[in-house]
Design a protein around this ligand. Structure first.
Ligand code: GTP
Ligand code: MG
Length: 241
């Protein structure tokens, strides 16, 4: 029952990069520039998590915590069509919550923990898109940084507990630093969130846009994955080859 499972990204190459997909009992973080595909990947996972997979995985329900108001049921319908799933069934299996502030986001995760305790085994994926946006607004400037990181650390600890206690894949999106150096194309993008996120995320993947509409996913930090990169595309059916 507590066997680790992996959820497909929708792209075979991306899945290979992850040695199967987004893993349960772990936190997977993707970061990247605006339009790099973080939210589209979140939506695709909402659907693939509901489908049976390798190693006896039967599919399960999804919790989506939305901080940027970018959740789109239309997109979920078109991804459901791609995988020949019932549109309404797919939507009904997603528990959606909008987080309005960083404190609210933290409180929502507390509620999620309590709900998972009551309904063990039903939910397989927890998405937070994005983990950091409210924190960047609510704790602004250098003076607030220690406090922000402390609160972010508490939030990440809560996510860890959820992923391990209930065998859930936790998927979070993160933003990148927008300093001048980073605008140079030769300079790789760097995630925000400092040491707290660096240590809390099990696997960190960077996403970026390249010419001809393609996207690149690259392993940024991982305890076991090779340091390589793959190309993928975004379609109306979600993340694809
Ligand atoms: P931020 O939240 O702004 O940081 O960006 P993000 O990384 O979440 O980007 P998101 O996942 O929202 O990707 C948006 C991009 O996906 C758009 O700019 C389009 O290029 C692409 N996209 C979205 N829908 C479609 C679609 O139906 N077809 C195609 N071909 N591309 C799409
Ligand atoms: Mg987004």
């Amino acid at each position: 029952r507590n066997q680790i499972f992996k959820l497909s990204t929708g792209s075979t190459d991306f899945d290979k990069l992850l040695e199967g997909g987004i893993e349960s009992m772990a936190i997977t973080e993707v970061f990247g520039e605006s339009g790099s595909g973080k939210t589209q990947l979140s939506h695709t996972l909402c659907v693939t998590a509901q489908m049976p997979g390798p190693n006896g995985y039967n599919g399960g329900k999804v919790i989506f915590i939305d901080t940027e108001h970018t959740f789109r049921t239309d997109r979920l319908r078109s991804i459901a069509d791609r995988f020949n799933l019932d549109r309404n069934g797919v939507l009904e299996n997603i528990l959606y919550a909008r987080a309005y502030t960083s404190d609210h986001q933290y409180q929502l995760l507390k509620n999620v923990g309590e709900m998972l305790h009551r309904e063990a085994g039903v939910f397989k994926l927890l998405i937070v898109d994005s983990i950091i946006s409210h924190f960047r607004v609510d704790y602004y400037g250098r003076k607030e940084m220690a406090h922000r990181q402390h609160r972010l650390g508490q939030l990440m600890a809560r996510l860890h507990k959820i992923s391990e206690e209930y065998n859930i894949a936790v998927f979070i999106t993160n933003q990148i630093m927008s300093d001048l150096n980073n605008l140079e194309q030769s300079d790789p993008q760097r995630p925000v969130g400092g040491n707290i996120l660096a240590h809390a995320s099990t696997t960190r993947i960077s996403l970026r846009k390249v010419l001809n509409g393609k996207r690149i996913a690259k392993v940024y930090a991982s305890p076991n994955l090779a340091d390589s990169e793959v190309a993928f595309t975004i379609t109306s059916g979600g993340i694809d080859n």
